[in-house]
Design a protein around this ligand. Sequence first.
Ligand code: PLP
Length: 398
Amino acid sequence: MFDPASRIQDYLVFGEFGDVNPSITDSSTYTFMSPELMEESFEHEIEGCFLYSRHWNPTSKYLANALARMEDTESAQVVASGMAAITSTILQLCEAGDEVVSAHTIYGGTYAFFKNFLPRLGITTRFVDIRDLDAVAKAITDKTRVIYCETMSNPLLEVADLPALSELAKKCGIKMVVDNTFSPMIVSPARLGADIVIHSLTKYINGTSDCVAGCICAGEEFVHKLTDINAGATMLLGPVLDSTRAASILKNIHSLHLRMRQHSENAMFLAKAFSDLGLTVHYPGLPNHPQHGMLEAMMNHGYGYGGMLTLDTGDAATAKIFMRKMQEEKVGYLAVSLGYFKTLFSMPGHSTSSEIPEDERLEMGLSDGLVRFSIGLDNNIEHTLQRIKRCLLDVGLI
Ligand code: PLP
């Protein structure tokens, strides 16, 4: 069985003095022992030789290597945000006249990039219900370069059939790009056929909500293309991750497997409880989730079904009072983002998915009263449930 946690644990990098953590390279530029070597390094990458930190920094490389091991790809690059990972990848793969076929339910920022920004560069996107493989196949034309989806979609937690989508992409000679932000360790998209796997490291992978970062895990060839000094998207657009941040994320990643297990265990407990109370809850770990069986077939077992769940409160007014009460009850914070040790909750229709027009939101089942939870690492989840129940009672949902 593939074990992403052990793959990270077995990646040992010593610091300059045998430190148990790799030394942080606090430098934007690097000395060359000869002008010839400098010249050569502009022509091709030389192993162990660094040029300039927008290109590569040793500390960022350690983090990238750990992430490549986790996702089982040949290589990876770390960047300044999840959006930088998404935009650089798409801009590397597509040029004017090209098309993207994307899942309709994706993070609002990604949706806005596809819908509003890419057309300025002559790149158009066809949004499809990613669960409908016929619709995906029909949307692919000879101009399509990419199938794009999230393993578990934000915020509706629809699960994409990665092996089937990758088969389709391979048949059409196009790339499949998967955002795996919601399910690190749980699903390994590259092992299921994805060509490129993206993460917003801001979320679970870092886990402490103290920085914004992203990564692109892919084959050597694609990462070389991204960092090419003449035409590489990350090299030329420059969304570089600072080395001190790379070092702190690398330290946090070593507890990711434990955190994912605990997030999942707590989310499962609450999802079951909400379901027993007759509430409208979406959680991929519940047997009645439409893609529960498919997820079971795709997942690395032992990390659970993730820490994200949604609860439909019916309407925006109820959702607002409910969330305010939950913050007063110290259930967690009324905040966007996810993967923090404390529970975070928000209303996607009025925040992280507000870029999607209301009619499209309603069509895809994203109601105005939907509350998205990123369930925390609570030690006493039964106690948390009692607090949430008080809030549910107050708003008349139970
Ligand atoms: N992908 C998903 C699924 C997200 O939820 C987010 C942010 O919420 C992003 C990408 C963007 O990541 P970042 O905020 O690190 O740019």
